[in-house]
Design a protein around this ligand. Sequence first.
Ligand code: ADP
Ligand code: MG
Length: 505
Amino acid sequence: MLSVSGLTKSFPGARALDGVDLTVGPAEVHALIGENGAGKSTLIKVLTGVYRPDEGEIVLAGRPVRFATPLEAQHAGISTIYQEVNLVPLMSVARNLFLGREPRGRLGLIDFRRMHREADEALRALGLRVDVRRPLRSLGVGAQQMVALARAVAADARVVVMDEPTSSLEPREVRTLFEVVRTLKGRGIAVIYVSHRLDELYEICDTVTVLRDGRRVHTGPLAELDRLRLVSLMLGREMAEVRGKGRTKFTGARRTDDDEPVLDATDLTVRHSLRGVSVRVRPGEVVGLGGLLGSGRSETARAIAGALPADSGRVLVAGVPVRTGSTPAAIRAGISLLPEDRKAEGIVPGLSVRENIALAALPGLSRFGLVDDARIDRVVDTLVKRLRIKASGPHQKVGELSGGNQQKVLLARWLVMRPKVLLLDEPTRGIDVGAKAEVRGLIDELAGEGLGVLLISSDMEELIEGSERVVVLRDGAVVAELTGAEVTEERLLRAIASEEGGHDD
Ligand code: ADP
Ligand code: MG
């Protein structure tokens, strides 16, 4: 049905796809997996006409195709169901189903009776019973996605691409979605399914293609690939290489066992992302959070920092309860979060080093509403020296610094707040090797001074060498905790891939 060969796509500074081949037959559900940055989204965007490839060709049902726009791809028979349903919420379900293809009467007016009848039939065929006259937005997210799917089917799709379709669905809706996928299969449609949930992949997919760093590293029947192998392929760590390999060096700070935890988070639950996660960190301890993309690592950090409202659970800092769901309350209690996306959530490139560092602390550095300039100068100066931030001076714009130095500025911003607990989400991603080593050294130093550190890193080595303990998450729940000598790559891979503790729905 669809055959892609030698697909290459580069962006300034990144080769997102590097000679990728992909073949999907009729009635085949093909899983497309890979860690963050592997190239999945880029591949989908090339297939659906959002991007044009630099090289390579796409053959659809035997004919070479080239899409200049998403609409062209749709007309050729490739439909996409994005995470965010791109329909018109205020219009009726039926209107959405037939958007742009409304059945019309002789005068060119929309034939509503026919449209409603056909919409009803199309949805029933997928096992969905809703009043098609209702506005789309009155339906749940799951039902809205079903409408998007029905639209794809009604539009004579030959290939349906689903990118993380279940991430915001209830278990019951997931079941319905799977029924629909089976219906699509029954009609000979080819399905490309992107998801990080291993259980789902094994349930619904026939074949799998694993991407890593823009390259295809494996294609084959999913049933022949066990979870451990799958995870090894995604992470690029071969079992043969890691088996029996212990920790070469452990750089994390030591702590005493009987210290009271400085961070004690219990039973954190957030709809669609966390299911009763508990984490404890003692002063001076670096605790790693392990798991695949989408396992709930960032959500755990954000829930602790009040940036993601938790449905239940509690957080204590040095024994004192912290109001959850409030960033200011978390900051006052001594929790600082260095977010994953420093461009979107942290750094203000147009402001100076000094301004960026003082940003979060300004209320505390002011007296009677006046900014205490001399005090800010002192604090900034101390931190620039302490973190060895390389800038021409405190007034240089942060946007002009290297990635590593930008990250240090962010770290400085949070250190001004004198935190007790530091939550670091991918602190060394996207910075060069030298800066990585420096940031790692800084983390150890800070822990050495008694800070509790929770470290999220997709870099296995960083996690293993830097953490005293590693708490492993899978599908939003803690599935293992490794301590001391247990913290090895083999144990970590096994824990991430383990079939225990999966979805209970
Ligand atoms: P995935 O969906 O598997 O996480 P992506 O396809 O989003 O991976 O990204 C693959 C690589 O291409 C990454 O290194 C990413 O930073 C880069 N990339 C993706 N889109 C763009 C873009 N529009 N501009 C620049 N770089 C991009
Ligand atoms: Mg993506």
